[in-house]
Design a protein around this ligand. Structure first.
Ligand code: CLR
Length: 263
């Protein structure tokens, strides 16, 4: 694994593979990751596809923009938290995750949940008109204007554009998400080795999957760690600014899971 990527980029049968996995083992792991994803997605791909062109009217966008900052923040944070609950559920179903010590489970989720949300957001993104699925319809970036985070939302939308261009399958997205979560280089891990082994196995299985579907070329085009990290940092910065402006709300009205992960 190179420091700037979640995925090892050495092509061919590398010398680096210190262990061998049988085809059965690879297939079982693929099944595990794909099933975990299928069972923990709030919206099915088919449903999102059907609603793709249901967008908010300009009047509706305007009415969102006129709502108070704290109201929109609270609403968005609730949706984000709900989406993260599904991501936690996804993590719990990945083989090996529940066997990690509780501290390391928290460390991985704190660092990875928001990044996985970004990957999942691209499923719910229509790149032809730059809208994202929000409260039942597709919303343009302007709907989030009153949050006061246009740079954050802008970079989230940009990332979705790059991800959409790759045309990722559900299987690929599932693997990308699992490898983001089980990243052994996260700071504060107590049992790094255990996560390293899980990550290596995922890496083998992902390459096997890509090889059999002739999709290895996407490896060099996937977003780099730094890009996801900087969006997550921007989210933390915006959250801190909001907390300074409205000290009460963040503590009283944000869901406990959101506070546990980000405050
Ligand atoms: C991501 C994929 C999930 C379902 C889901 C739920 C809530 C959505 C989220 C997706 C994408 C990002 C989203 C969010 C609600 C608010 C947030 C549209 C579609 C926008 C970008 C505002 C973020 C504001 C931060 C300051 C919290 O399966």
């Amino acid at each position: 694994q190179s420091p700037e990527s979640y995925f090892s980029l050495n092509f061919g049968n590398s010398l680096a593979s210190e262990f061998v996995m049988s085809v059965t083992e690879l297939d079982l792991l693929i099944q595990n990751v794909v099933l975990a994803q299928g069972e923990t997605c709030r919206f099915r791909q088919e449903n999102l596809q059907v609603l793709r062109w249901e967008t908010y009217s300009p009047e509706e966008v305007l009415s969102f923009q006129q709502k108070p900052i704290d109201h929109i923040w609270e609403r968005c944070v609730c949706h984000v938290t709900e989406a993260i609950q599904y991501i936690v559920e996804f993590a719990k179903r990945l083989s090996g995750f529940m066997e990690l010590n509780p501290n390391d489970q928290i460390v991985l989720l704190k660092a990875g949940a928001m990044e996985v949300l970004l990957i999942r957001m691209s499923r719910a993104f229509n790149c032809y008109n730059s809208t994202v699925f929000f409260e039942g319809k597709y919303a343009p970036l302007e709907i989030f204007q009153s949050l006061g985070c246009s740079d954050l939302i802008g970079s989230m939308f940009d990332l979705c554009h790059s991800l959409c261009a790759l045309n990722l399958s559900e299987h690929e997205m599932a693997f990308i998400s699992s490898m983001i979560l089980l990243d052994p280089s996260r700071p504060w891990l107590q049992d790094k080795q255990k996560v390293e082994i899980l990550h290596k196995k995922l890496d083998h299985a992902f390459r096997y999957l890509l090889r059999t579907s002739l999709r290895e070329s996407i490896l060099t085009k996937l977003p780099q760690k730094g890009r996801l990290l900087s969006i997550c940092q921007l989210h933390m910065e915006k959250l801190n600014i909001f907390r300074q402006m409205y000290p009460g709300i963040a503590c009283e009205r944000f869901p406990p899971l959101y506070k546990e992960l980000f405050i």
